[in-house]
Ligand binder design. Structure first.
Ligand code: URA
Length: 218
């Protein structure tokens, strides 16, 4: 799996990540969602450099020009809830992509242990498509792997791009072991570890709650 790590090089993305992490600034939900969306746009732009392109003739009012344009059939699949602003960012740039939504949540067996429940799924066929799988937090990696399993009935994508904002080393290793080789990971920043509840440390907290408010645990 090829890993593209955005914050390896300094850019304006550092500011968006700092605001996402800041315990004060992240309380502004609209800014929090917007910063995730902005990271989605940047990662989408970076990812676009690795797509396939075919020349198309464009007629301007004054002449013609041959322009390489992306030729892959894209499907953006986001994991609910926190994937929604990341989805928006990706869709801002890949506005002709098809869209897929899947839910994954942690069902807690006790204080520490949880299983990932995958329930809602709305998706077109993925056969031969370029699949962009988006979730801001790559913690244990189990949501991505369970989602991949649930998507199998929709066909085999020709290429998978995973897009995430913050990842833990352990989760990245887990998806490396479970995703096909033709997978690329586009990640803004990588943290060292998880705590005993499976949260990324230092991370940013619960991305879904910060985007949309707290939920009842079940
Ligand atoms: N999901 C989150 O929102 N935050 C984490 O740290 C881990 C999973």
């Amino acid at each position: 799996m090829k890993i593209h790590h955005l914050l390896e090089n300094n850019s304006v993305a550092n500011t968006f990540i700092a605001e996402l992490r800041s315990a004060d600034i992240q309380q502004d939900r609209m800014r929090f969602r917007k910063n995730i969306e902005r990271i989605g746009e940047i990662l989408g732009y970076e990812l676009s450099k690795k797509l396939n392109y075919e020349a198309e003739e464009i007629k301007t009012p004054l002449g013609k020009i041959s322009q390489p344009l992306p030729s892959d059939e894209l499907v953006i699949c986001s994991i609910l809830r926190a994937g929604l602003p990341l989805h928006n960012g990706l869709l801002n740039y890949f506005d002709k992509a098809d869209n897929s939504f899947i839910s994954a949540y942690r069902h807690h067996i006790n204080e520490r242990d949880f299983e990932i429940m995958v329930e809602y799924l709305a998706s077109p066929s993925l056969e031969g498509k370029t699949l962009i799988l988006a979730d801001p937090m790559l913690a244990t990696g189990r949501s991505f792997v369970n989602v991949l399993e649930a998507l199998k009935k929709l066909g085999t994508p020709k290429k998978i791009h995973i897009v995430a904002v913050i990842g833990a080393k352990e989760g990245i290793k887990f998806i490396e072991e479970h995703f096909p080789e033709n997978t690329s990971l586009w990640i803004a920043t990588i943290d060292e570890k998880l705590n005993d509840k499976g949260y990324i440390i230092p991370g940013l907290g619960d991305a879904g709650d910060l985007c949309f408010g707290t939920k009842i645990q079940h």
